[in-house]
Design a protein around this ligand. Sequence first.
Ligand code: AMP
Ligand code: MG
Length: 336
Amino acid sequence: METLKLKADKKGIEIAAEILKNGGVVAIPTETVYGLAANCFDEAAVKKIFEAKGRPQDNPLIVHISDMEMLGVVARKVPEIALRCAEKFWRGPFTMILPKTDKVGDCISPNLDTVAVRMPQNPVALEIIRQSGVPLAAPSANTSGSPSPTSPYHVEADLDGKIDAIVYSDECAVGVESTVVTFCENPPRLLRPGGITPEQLKEIIPDIVIDKAVLSESEKGELVASPGMKYKHYAPKTESFLVEGDSDAFVGLVNSKENCVAICFKEDTPKITIPTLCYGDGEDESSLAHSVFKALREVDEMGAKEVYIHAPSKRGIGLAVYNRLLRASGFKVITL
Ligand code: AMP
Ligand code: MG
């Protein structure tokens, strides 16, 4: 199929919404990563998302809304604490898991009586949802398992010819996916760290539980709260290692390697003698979040045997970056 290339202007947004109303799938910009959107009430359209991405059928989708009225259409019950989080973190990189209404079909969250909901901040995403007139199911617009797309060119590399259209806009502001919190238990539990940090969450939910899968691998056969936690994720094809240590220790390790690449901080770069990809300033976790997926994509173009990645701090949004890099490296961590 031919994939339409749309600008993120008035005309492009109108065409995107029209395709979505007619059961198509469109890659759209959001502040987290690019999403692959479809009408969440159209089972055939949602099926196209799974096919284009090669996504496991049991991994449920986040539904994106443009206003609070839409929340009532998909969520049966919204506890008071969830409403307070919505007030504080929407529009933004924050997803709530809530009991679902009958309108939300099995194609969105198979075998679950819950739905994941988010109201994005990106104005292009919001306008596309608004003009489509329905909540949009939208996982990341990449091939399942590969690094998430933070530019329309990443989407093109994975999905050109497999989806109806791509809306071309800027690089994503945040660069990692949304924070996922379930409100279907008390106290609420953080399932995936993201753009909203644990520190921010604790201001509203002081007793929030951090799921142990955030920083560790789930055991075989273990029951996981979020089906997405089961899969290896975000991984480059090059064999990857996550390295914990200060700048001098990291530099010492990578400089002893041959045919390898380092994904490192700005402050490491001048001291490294092997090829590098810098993903930001080690003291500025937001800069690392912004560029981490781009670096994971670029490493495969360098033809290296292995890649050594300097681990970020777990402060603030650093926890989300660390969580993605753990999965990208298949939980192979070197502590110096
Ligand atoms: P993405 O594929 O990046 O859109 O990520 C969506 C994440 O939210 C995945 O980890 C899913 O497993 C998780 N998720 C979506 N819906 C639910 C739900 N109803 N219950 C638990 N986790 C969910
Ligand atoms: Mg994804």
